[in-house]
Unconditional design. Structure first.
Length: 261
């Protein structure tokens, strides 16, 4: 399966500008029909703690844009956006649209970033979400989720073999980003696609380093620090052969795993 990771520089709290930016970036690309294309966390607004500004639930402009863009380019499109939560809060989510423009997956970030004020402004998600795509079982995660390996292990135990992590991961901790992406791939024997933003917002700078990593921890592609699109062919047969050669997952101790929905 061909996967494209789109590392974008996000215009702060400006949905229309970011929609236009992504559309222009896509028009310069040459996507393979039916492939998976991934955008960063809250790609239409940046990681703002103002859900009244970021939320898409009223006019659904970003959801409509994603559905129409997936259909126009004939791809599966996974992207981060904010929607309405409860009691004035938002929800930080990842949505996936099919080449027909239909919603096929909707995931709410399980671990809002408490240190950055996200827990106070956005509701946490309730469950893991997986969906099937070209033989892969795909699990989506968002940014701070990456620091909680139990979430990824639970997804692996559910059958996921491709983990997508979309993020607004700042430069001050970018070494953690790269180390944790590789760790999640190695320990779960899965493909990991980590899509970070680049550029800056009023508070932080983001160095990108979007990466695609295979089940052995080999980096298949790295976007560096500038706005661009990288891609890789993810081979299910390679993953299956690697797991058969090194069947580490069979030795997991089930008595140490609480149930995760």
């Amino acid at each position: 399966m061909r996967v494209y990771a789109c590392q974008t520089d996000i215009v702060w709290e400006d949905k229309a500008a970011n929609h236009a930016r992504v559309r222009a970036l896509f028009e310069r690309a040459d996507f393979q029909a039916g492939s998976l294309v991934v955008l960063p966390e809250m790609f239409a607004t940046g990681f703002s703690m103002r859900p009244a500004v970021t939320s898409d639930s009223a006019e659904r402009a970003t959801q409509t844009f994603l559905a129409e863009t997936a259909r126009a380019f004939g791809v599966y499109l996974l992207a981060g956006l904010a929607v309405d939560g409860k009691d004035g809060k938002g929800r930080n989510e990842a949505h996936t649209y099919s080449p027909q423009g239909e919603l096929v997956s909707r995931y709410g970030k399980l671990q809002p970033f408490t240190l950055g004020g996200e827990m106070a402004n956005y509701d946490a998600g309730e469950s893991l979400v997986t969906f099937d795509l070209q033989g892969f079982s795909v699990a989506s995660f968002i940014c701070y989720d990456l620091r909680f390996p139990e979430l990824f292990r639970a997804a692996t135990r559910r059958g996921a073999n491709l983990m997508i992590v979309i993020a607004s991961w700042p430069g001050t901790r970018i070494s953690h980003w790269m180390a944790l992406l590789k760790a999640r791939a190695i320990e779960n024997q899965v493909y990991v696609v980590g899509v970070n933003r680049c550029g800056s917002d009023p508070a932080l700078s983001y160095p990108g380093r979007t990466q695609m990593i295979d089940p052995s921890g080999e980096i298949l592609a790295d976007a560096g620090g500038q706005e661009n699109i990288i891609s890789a062919e993810l081979r299910l047969e390679h993953l299956t052969e690697y797991r058969a050669k090194l069947p580490f997952l069979a030795d997991m101790r089930s008595d140490f795993f609480p149930s995760v929905s």
